[in-house]
Write a protein that binds this ligand. Sequence first.
Ligand code: NAD
Ligand code: GLY
Length: 388
Amino acid sequence: MHVSTADAGSPSDNTVPLRTDTVRVDLGARGYDIIVGVGLLDQIDRLITPVLERKRVAVITDSNVGPLYRTTVEAALSRSSITFETFVLPAGEATKTFGQIERLTEALLAEKAERGMTLLALGGGVIGDITGFVAAILLRGVPFIQIPTTLLAQVDSSVGGKTGVNSAHGKNLIGSFYQPRLVVADMAVLEQLPVRELRAGYAETLKYGLIDDPEFFTWLEAHGTDLLAGDRDARRHAVVHCCQAKARIVAEDEREAGRRALLNLGHTFAHAIEAEAGYGGRVLHGEAVALGMVLAFRLSARLGHCDRGDGDRLERHLIDTGLPARAGDVDINWSPAALIEHMSRDKKVQDGRVTFVLARGIGQAFTTNDVPDDALKAVLAEFADGPQ
Ligand code: NAD
Ligand code: GLY
């Protein structure tokens, strides 16, 4: 982990008006804004100042994002006399470990972390999840701000306060609910995001349509390829729409006692696929979610909840947008027994029964733990043997 320190510079004069959309996450005293726009990193000082308790922050970023954006962020902080230290973690899912939490926490304490300083998560979902968790436990809690730099983080992980890391026993098994003070999503950074990462984020975008918004799914069928190709209006529409949807769900069910669980569509399968792949980048989280959503629709059809045609429609759109839709699209062992073993360790297991998000059609998701083992095995086996 690389650490750098800078003293605050001269006061800010960066008063250029920004065109932004703001979505409120309505959680009473813990409520916050999500600001979406283009060119926001350059004016990050101005955007974060209203929520800072003290003019001291720690920027947490990764080894890919740091070289691209830390200079811009640090220059903006200096302009407004905000003191900062920057901590750079290795990029990728393999960093989401308890060991990294300890290293980062100790590094912050070595730099004399104090209550009232704010952590800035500058990166994708990995940096957001780690920073949020460290913020929750450092000095029994310091504020943090999400500055998501992937599509996945802008449409999903930066909002809602789920923080944490993976365990040797499975995905996201260690963590806490801890809300950020602010989310600043600068869509300009998506221009630098590798296309594979962009597509992985698109899978989580699609999820909102599949859960309860069939019109949005239809809109994505029409505009998804433009969005992926760089159409700024399409990106803005999708990011703002997803943030609005997530803000509504989180405000209604912050701690996943009910409706929020629908956001886990495809995730029981996805987490098993990621565990089988080993978190080394062989299968990205969003790619696993794409496959998991296909499996959720197949399981729904097998159990008579929806038509097979709904899943076929989803698979066609995944293929059209270059996402994995078939077992052969990712390099893992598709053994049903191994995947079911991973699922048995899922957070959502109750009384030994795994909770699934299934669907009665596109935009009609529901949760159930009434899934017979033989149906689950049959769906996995058929998928593994199907067209590659
Ligand atoms: P990530 O953070 O690993 O980022 C993906 C890759 O893109 C990394 O290599 C990163 O360095 C690089 N990158 C990030 N921004 C970039 C940019 N602008 N330009 C170039 N490269 C850039 O992965 P992710 O897909 O953002 O997030 C996945 C993680 O999010 C998973 O761990 C998943 O469990 C978690 N997640 C959490 C929630 C939640 O509610 N907390 C929701 C969904 C997913
Ligand atoms: N990404 C799932 C959630 O935030 O609940």
